[in-house]
Design a protein around this ligand. Structure first.
Ligand code: URA
Length: 234
């Protein structure tokens, strides 16, 4: 059994104080009954919890993938720059979707969104070590010594220690990089530490979820089996 307010926060409905207001306003029902008491104990596996008439959890959960183009910041709001939220079709706007982790403004490729707070936190937790695969075009050429240094765990120029990662040279100035953590500018900084400045970066895979042939700028919902694979991985 969970407290209703905790369940709503974990589901991405809002912060603790927002959830309190939402409950006060009578917008949440449990098995059809309006509940205003934040401390009410609920069983999300057995009970039907709705916000504004939309079912939460179970079939109310949404997981989307976007093929992010360059030029958008990964944020829910930004006063000056376009955000990835603007790329989501309007009918998803009221689901309170959040990006899973972040891609730099110039990075393209796979970006997941969900309204399931638990799944989101599990996916971005460094403890779960979900592998992410990036394609990079870069200055210089990746050599055996670079591959070995990635496998050992790089130490960045500022002393940051990275988990072991995989570097697969594809040819002159092109590589695939697999990392299990999401530090700030991680791949760019890892490559820079080996004197290979990244010129272009695209995320192609997260866990078993592949970007595939989704066109740049397009969005699609993950299938149940893709969501299952994320659940198993985290
Ligand atoms: N690593 C980076 O340097 N940038 C990204 O956007 C993602 C991973």
């Amino acid at each position: 059994m969970d407290r209703l307010d905790k369940y709503l926060c974990d589901s991405g409905v809002g912060t603790r104080s927002q959830v309190k207001q939402i409950l006060k306003a009578g917008r949440v029902t449990v098995d059809g009954e309006t509940i205003r008491d934040s401390s009410r104990k609920i069983d999300p596996a057995l009970q039907k919890i709705e916000l504004d008439g939309v079912l939460l959890g179970g079939t109310g959960r949404i997981v989307l993938m976007l093929n992010k183009p360059a030029g958008y910041v990964t944020a829910t709001e930004d006063a000056r720059q376009p955000t990835v939220m603007e790329l989501l079709p309007a009918h998803y706007r009221h689901f309170d979707l959040k990006p899973v982790g972040r891609l730099d403004k110039d990075t393209e490729g796979l970006l997941l969104f969900t309204n399931d707070g638990r799944l989101l936190h599990r996916l971005i937790s460094p403890k779960k070590e979900v592998p992410k695969v990036y394609y990079a075009r870069h200055a210089g050429c990746a050599r055996d010594a670079d591959v070995a240094a990635f496998a050992e765990g790089l130490i960045l120029r500022d002393g940051t220690v990275c988990l072991p990662a995989k570097l697969e040279p594809l040819g002159e100035g092109e590589s695939l990089i697999t990392v299990c953590e999401g530090k700030y500018h991680q791949v760019r900084r890892m490559m820079a530490s080996r004197n290979m400045t990244v010129l272009y970066l695209e995320r192609r895979q997260e866990g078993e979820i592949c970007l595939g042939d989704l066109p740049r700028g397009a969005v699609r919902e993950l299938t149940e089996s893709e969501i299952g694979s994320l659940e198993r991985q985290t």
